[in-house]
Design a protein around this ligand. Sequence first.
Ligand code: SAH
Ligand code: SF4
Ligand code: F3S
Length: 461
Amino acid sequence: MNEMSSENLQSPDSLKPVNHDIGAGRGVFISTYGCQMNVNDSERMYSILEMSNFMPVESAEEASLIIINSCSVREKPVHKVYSEVGTYRELKKKNPDLLIGVGGCVGQQEKEKLIKTQPLIDFVFGTDAIDELPQTLQTLLGRQSKKEKVVNAQFHHREPYHVDTLVRNPGVSTFVNITKGCDNFCTFCVVPFTRGREKSRPFQHIMTDIHSLVKRGVKEVTLVGQNVNSYKSDCGIDFPDLLKKVALETGLERLRFTTSHPKDYNQKLMDVLALCQHKLCDYVHLPFQSGNTRILERMNRGYTREEYLEKIRQIKATIPNVVLSTDIIVGFPGETEEEFLDTVSMVKEVGFETIFAFKYSPRPFTKAARFEDQIDEVTKSRRLNHLFDVHNKLSFEWVKKYEGQTLQILVDKAEGENKLSGRSTQNKVTYFEGPESLVGQTVPVKIHKALPNVLRGVIEQ
Ligand code: SAH
Ligand code: SF4
Ligand code: F3S
């Protein structure tokens, strides 16, 4: 057992001025798990590290610095981190100067425990410590012995919350972070513990970021946060106000947002969706988690089945042809077969074209992990398979409606010779032929084949 002594654990010296050449051209590779927040955070890490003269590389083999940006929302995230770190053992043998760090939600959750059990790891940093990566690396590069490790996993309680959108190549579509953390404490969820209390970015910062992204050629922005529709800015601007301003006062073609919480989906938001529909797209992702009110209460979700269905009725009345997707948990503690069937019936009743469904997984610090009526794995797997079976059959039918329709596709990628892909306003990935010069443009595409997750078609002349 390679037990660490606590005097080997250091904090980065954040008072020390940072040398802007600490990277000295070293390659950095980031391996990213989890949600859009993490995707966005990895982009920020690359940009911050580039400013300190690290060079982004395409594979771990080329890197002198490897960062695992981890997720702990489900399954065995700590094991995933260890097994990935294990794959770098040979690289570390070949290059003893290779630095391996763990960030993201597992870093925040486990802190120095990660280093104590996995000596290949040199540093751990939490979800609030991304901006201090240069200091963390400066401390590591100046260490006397490779046994000295750095852990930086304190939450900051700075108000308001500052984070610049730092994207190297934003392309056609990119994320802009508007909130961080979560105060909802759904009883199954680790996020309030790994991302801390909810904070909103100042309104003006968001607008400045979006204006500059538009200047760089971005056509579509997705506003991201754990719970975007509880956004509340320093100057009293709420989420519907923010959406309206971004939709009407920037040059974006399309605006999306994720994730929203059903309890905060109010009339004011519906009114803005109606007013700005030309930009706001006919696609809504609204997680319901369970179709049974008793389970929803035990999850602390703050709405009943009927209340959720009422919001869906309003959304459908507000946005013609809206496409809906959702997140679902099966096998939550105490869920009976009948209660599970309420979830299945909800999927049919609402007609979600896409579902993201998961087996309940007990998470550290959470209330539901301590409930005594946990469901066995076999039952959870059976329920998940049943739900996917039902949904698959239905979604194949539902998407047939696209065949023959002409959809407006924002082209985001050239996929090889004369092959393009893009997304419809309803967020359907669509493949068709055309020249690379169309990337960034919106073109009419007539759909001839519709599968649940992809559409194929031809550009209409
Ligand atoms: N903030 C978002 C969800 C963030 S986590 C929201 O409130 O909807 C993304 C999804 O992971 C959740 O919607 C939920 O379906 C799933 N999830 C979260 N914790 C889970 C757990 N302990 N077990 C299984 N699925 C979980
Ligand atoms: Fe987790 Fe619930 Fe917050 Fe979503 S709203 S991040 S599920 S606690
Ligand atoms: Fe995972 Fe953390 Fe996102 S737990 S889902 S990376 S907020």
